[in-house]
Design a protein around this ligand. Structure first.
Ligand SMILES: Nc1nc2c(c(=O)[nH]1)N[C@H]1C(S)=C(S)[C@@H](COP(=O)(O)OP(=O)(O)OC[C@H]3O[C@@H](n4cnc5c(=O)[nH]c(N)nc54)[C@H](O)[C@@H]3O)O[C@H]1N2
Ligand SMILES: Nc1nc2c(c(=O)[nH]1)N[C@H]1C(S)=C(S)[C@@H](COP(=O)(O)OP(=O)(O)OC[C@H]3O[C@@H](n4cnc5c(=O)[nH]c(N)nc54)[C@H](O)[C@@H]3O)O[C@H]1N2
Ligand code: SF4
Ligand SMILES: [Mo]
Length: 749
């Protein structure tokens, strides 16, 4: 009973440390417990982590050999040499005819696995691939872009230490998003000196703990937040002295906010003016406010404008760079960073001309970039650790787009909805069978990184992603023994000599893009316990020291080149996760561009100044559907085995009791929900948590997995059969999954 193996939960960005005890067969996760030695989660887990055996050993459609699609649509197993050489030859052929930029790369990691995807840039370079995307471009790119415009550096909220926690379209009780969320929420709720403000049309578990629940009409956040910002100005609650010292653009913002018809906007949002005023005053009075926006607004109308106004609220009250406010974090990579080009400038997608933010093409334009005669259309796609046929808007159109491509290659652990449409499927070890990590490390003042060691061996027939990328790069003929030999020779003289040789490679732009594979094939082979996949972290550690020398030093790694080595060694050894940097709060200002925050984003301020009266709900679509709610038993599509759910097995459609009564519906009755794009039959769950007119379906349902008899069974409704690719944000193309006009029809048995 002593061989508890440290690893992490892979089901949300928190990646809580866990320990796993294997059964006698060496494969079953007999017991799972929180890892008290993990520096961020400190033993915490939520209910979901305890089901992880279903990911590892459940009925998932696990892949154990490379597959090639036959003309009749069925798959045949092939060996790895055949798979790599055929995939490579076909990618080269597409590149030869249409240019490497006609090959699209999608994914690179889910909630738990980014290490393999970090090797993909080498494959992209080898085949001339230019365009890529991931799920971030259907949620966070508006926030990233606005942040880049205002501060030049992404920021996160220090909820744990905030006097007032402000949640906008975010339900951390279920979805987390910061360490030990349920514990922190309960602490805030219990403390009379602290408050919680929640903007959500649903009385969520988080809203239930709140002091102020602003239960607004769906899709009206832009009005409500603009009214809150305007109340700050009207009631002279803004921090003039702080704003003069730290910001520009106040002169442009103030006249717009002075003109806001506060009462009318509260009426549009359908929240009592008194409640909005009280919440705004509470926030203004606080010594610290941490604001966290998420999908409820990021996948909704005016999403990018909402991200802007939300930031104005905490900026006008001076909530930056102090405990309990917003901070600029360190990290081994640069997730969240964007150049902040004004709208219309900067890089664009080749067909739709959509703005590329943080290097990512908006997910909602991908099908448009394919289903066209445009000569620059994408012709091939590599999908790694993602399920876009299920997770992107408009599944029917995504399927059509994938089928229109000349080549689709999927790297996954399971036969997913996307893999079924692939020409080649390349199987990987699970996240517990290899070295793995995420780059979702945004903690502050101490930031954390966790290189997880394998918990159990991988089956024969699968290859870890770094190995797949290395083989693809080698098959393209751009790297080989001649390239590795000098690096290996340098390595024989020690890490310092290796560092010098490697620096030489970084000086050559063409070869520096291949650096991940160069590291993997040289340094990687010398790392202990088969930790080759960690090779790339060596360069990342050096880079971290270069970017954040004081923070790394405060964490105890010293300075200079030696600090890079020490940090890397600590990462390799730290099976429970380690502290990689330590900041003081004021360090945030050294990361803000020119140490000045720009309050004015002219394009977005124009929208705020000219908001129309909210359109009336049309009779054809009497409901608004939020397609994809996080619940106690949802976890994207990481769990494929439906048996993991202890409750809500069918994925109910939640609606208000008033609507249910009016339609004569009782719990469990089937209804047909119809949208502009499709329809689905689902059981209903009437609840007093919902506003009349609002519907909610969970995320992650609608997966098909073979049952014991080999028959494909689909559980619940796939949300994106109901969403449209063209319902999206005007600025960065993020989808309006939480605002889908819908209709209900009763189903007679
Ligand atoms: N249990 C669980 N946790 C998860 C995940 C999971 O699948 N399951 N997935 C992870 C991932 S990938 C992400 S991105 C996060 C997402 O985490 P969240 O953004 O918190 O998740 P959601 O439930 O999609 O949406 C949040 C809230 O938005 C509300 N909402 C709907 N419409 C509106 C509106 O018009 N205005 C406002 N203000 N709110 C609205 C919903 O009622 C919901 O409570 O969760 C992560 N954590
Ligand atoms: N309508 C609607 N759509 C949504 C959302 C919504 O709220 N509403 N939410 C969106 C959000 S926020 C997100 S983040 C996306 C998530 O959607 P996706 O980005 O598509 O990712 P996941 O569902 O997390 O699936 C991850 C994939 O990785 C595979 N996998 C697991 N482990 C490994 C591994 O070790 N290696 C490899 N190669 N593969 C592995 C899994 O089998 C699965 O196919 O969904 C989005 N779609
Ligand atoms: S799903 Fe729960 S246990 Fe897993 S990482 Fe997220 S908060 Fe932690
Ligand atoms: Mo997400």
């Amino acid at each position: 009973m002593t061989d508890w193996r440290p690893t992490a939960c892979i089901l949300c960005e928190c990646n809580c440390g866990i320990q796993v005890l294997l059964g006698p067969d060496g494969r079953t996760f007999e017991k799972i417990r929180g890892d008290k030695l993990h520096p961020a989660s400190e033993g915490y887990t939520c209910n979901k982590a305890l089901q992880l055996d279903r990911y590892q050993n459940g009925r998932t459609g696990r892949l154990t050999a490379p597959l090639r699609r036959r003309p009749d649509g069925s798959f045949e197993e092939i060996d790895w040499d055949t798979a790599i050489s055929e995939v490579s030859a076909r990618l080269l052929e597409v590149g030869h005819h249409f240019g490497g930029e006609s090959i699209f790369y999608y994914g690179g990691g889910g909630q738990g696995n980014h290490l393999g995807g970090a090797y993909a840039p080498a494959t992209m370079a080898a085949y001339g691939i230019k365009y890529r995307s991931s799920a971030l471009a259907q949620e966070k790119t508006g926030d990233f872009w606005v942040g880049a415009r205002m501060t030049g550096y992404p920021m996160r909220a220090d909820v744990e230490h905030a006097e007032v926690a402000f949640f906008i379209g975010k339900n951390p009780y279920q979805s987390h998003g910061f360490p030990r969320a349920r514990t922190v929420l309960k602490e805030i709720a219990k403390d009379p000196a602290r408050s919680m403000i929640v903007l959500d049309p649903v009385r969520t578990e988080t809203a239930e703990l709140a002091d102020f629940h602003l239960q607004l009409r769906p899709g009206t956040d832009v009005y409500l937040l603009t009214a809150m910002a305007a109340i700050l100005v009207r009631d002279n609650l803004i921090d003039h002295e702080w704003l003069t010292r730290h910001t520009t653009g106040l002169d442009a913002v103030l006249p717009v906010l002075r003109d806001v018809p506060i009462e009318k906007y509260c009426a549009i949002a359908d929240v009592e003016l008194e409640l909005v005023t009280a919440a705004t005053h509470r926030l203004a009075r606080a010594s610290s406010v941490a604001a966290l926006e998420d999908l409820g607004v990021q996948m909704n109308r005016y999403s990018t404008v909402v991200s802007y106004v939300e930031k104005l609220v905490w900026l006008l009250t001076g909530n930056v760079g102090k405990p309990g406010t917003q901070y600029a974090f360190t990290g081994l990579t640069n997730i969240g960073h964007d150049r902040g080009h004004p709208a219309g400038e900067g890089p664009k997608s080749p067909v739709a001309g959509a703005q590329i933010v943080s290097g990512l093409v908006p997910c909602n334009v991908i099908s448009e970039e394919i289903l066209t005669d445009h000569p620059a259309r994408y012709r091939a796609m590599i999908v790694e650790s993602a399920n876009p046929a299920h997770s992107l808007a408009d599944s029917a159109r995504m399927r059509e787009a994938l089928e229109a491509l000349e080549l689709v290659v999927v790297i996954d652990v399971a036969m997913t909805e996307t893999a079924r449409l692939a020409d080649y499927v390349l199987p990987a070890p699970t996240q517990f069978e290899k070295y793995e990590a995420t780059f979702f490390n945004f903690d502050f003042p101490r930031n954390i990184f966790h290189l997880r060691h394998p918990v159990l061996p991988a089956p024969a027939g699968v290859l870890p992603e770094p190995e797949i990328h290395a083989r693809l790069v080698e098959a393209a003929g751009v790297l080989g023994e001649a390239d590795y030999a000098p690096l290996r020779a340098a390595l024989a003289q020690g890490r310092e000599a290796f560092a010098m040789a490697f620096l030489g490679i970084l000086g050559d732009p063409a070869r520096s893009k291949l650096a991940p594979v160069l590291l993997y094939r040289t340094l990687g082979e010398t790392l202990p316990d088969g930790a080759a996949a960690a090779a790339l972290l060596w360069a990342a550690a050096y880079n971290m020291v270069r970017k954040f020398p004081a923070s790394v030093e405060r964490a105890g790694y010293g300075t200079g080149l030696a600090a890079g080595e020490r940090l890397f060694e600590a990462i390799l050894d730290g099976k429970h996760g380690i502290v990689i940097s330590e900041d003081d709060y004021a360090e945030t200002w050294n990361r803000v561009r020119d140490k000045v925050i720009r309050l004015e984003i002219p394009e977005l301020l124009d929208v705020v100044a000219t908001l129309p009266d909210a359109p009336d709900d049309s009779a054809e679509w009497p409901f608004v559907l939020s397609a994809g709610e996080r619940r106690a038993f949802t976890a994207n599509t990481i769990f494929r085995d439906p048996a993991w759910r202890k409750r809500d097995a069918a994925g109910t459609l939640r609606l208000s009791v008033a609507d249910a009564d009016r339609l004569g519906l009782a719990a469990g009755d089937l209804v047909k929900i119809t949208t502009r794009r499709g329809s689905a039959q689902v059981p209903v769950e009437p609840t007093d948590r919902m506003r009349p007119g609002h519907l909610s379906l969970p995320n992650g349902f609608g997966l098909s997995v073979a049952d014991a008899a080999g028959v494909e069974v689909t559980t619940g409704a796939a949300p994106n059969e109901l969403t449209s690719f063209d319902a999206r944000d005007e600025w960065v193309g993020t989808p309006w999954h939480k605002y889908v006009p819908a209709r209900l029809d009763t189903v007679t048995a």
